[in-house]
Design a protein around this ligand. Structure first.
Ligand code: G3P
Length: 220
């Protein structure tokens, strides 16, 4: 499984990248807004993320027509070679994805909540399909069960181009465990979740006792 960071926070991206485990970054308008992002700085901010993380970096479009999305997508794709254009699943988004695919621009289709949405996204040419997990849990549905169905359905077909499923809207380490058991290609996680993935109390306790015993060795 590859780990992407789901954030627009530069310091978190820099730290996660320093661990050597960061394969990509996903952003969205909410995450950029959370960083106090201004419209005028949006492109420069994405470029900085692309410098910090050489893997795929998703920047999202906000247009509602095919032509608006394509125009935004072309602008985003010109920012850096590792930009992925993130497009919401909707008819205009599918049409734009097909246009961007034909222009050789990679798309991550987001806000996927159903198997048909994911299959349509892949068929339109999306390189990444992002089913949301946590938002199902928020409405008392089983987000992991939905993810499992999406991964199975997408993996049933050869779309003629590479398609990877990104488990998105991840809220906990257990979501990552379940996504890994399902065989999901990628989990995009908030930095707080990534930090939790590394931690275990037995690791902490074991390290503490190893270091204490090493002090005895040094002093012997
Ligand atoms: O980036 C899309 C997705 O990961 C958002 O997650 O927590 O806002 O549901 P969340």
């Amino acid at each position: 499984m590859k780990f992407f960071l789901d954030t627009a926070n530069l310091a978190d991206i820099e730290e996660a990248a320093s661990w050597g485990v960061l394969s990509g970054v996903t952003t969205n308008p909410t995450l950029y807004s959370r960083e106090g992002g201004k419209l005028a700085d949006f492109h420069a901010h994405l470029q900085r993320i692309c410098e910090l993380c050489p893997g795929p970096v998703s920047g999202e479009t906000v247009g509602l027509t095919r032509d608006e999305i394509v125009r935004e997508g072309e602008e985003l794709a010109a920012l850096a070679p590792n930009i992925i254009v993130k497009v919401p699943v909707m008819p205009e988004g599918l049409a734009a994805t097909k246009c961007l695919f034909d222009k050789g621009i990679k798309v991550n289709m987001t806000l996927c909540f159903t198997v048909p949405q994911a299959l349509l996204a892949a068929r339109a040419g999306a390189s990444y399909v992002s089913p949301f997990v946590g938002r199902f849990d928020d409405i008392s549905e089983d987000g992991i069960a939905h993810l499992a169905e999406t991964v199975q359905a997408v993996n049933n077909y050869d779309f003629g181009h590479d398609v990877e499923v990104i488990a998105a809207s991840i809220r906990s380490a257990n979501h990552v465990v379940q996504a890994g058991l399902i065989g999901c290609d990628i989990a995009t996680v908030p930095f707080a979740v990534l930090k939790n993935l590394v931690k275990h109390p037995l690791t902490d306790r074991g390290l503490e006792s190893f270091l204490a015993d090493w002090e005895k060795v040094k002093n012997s």
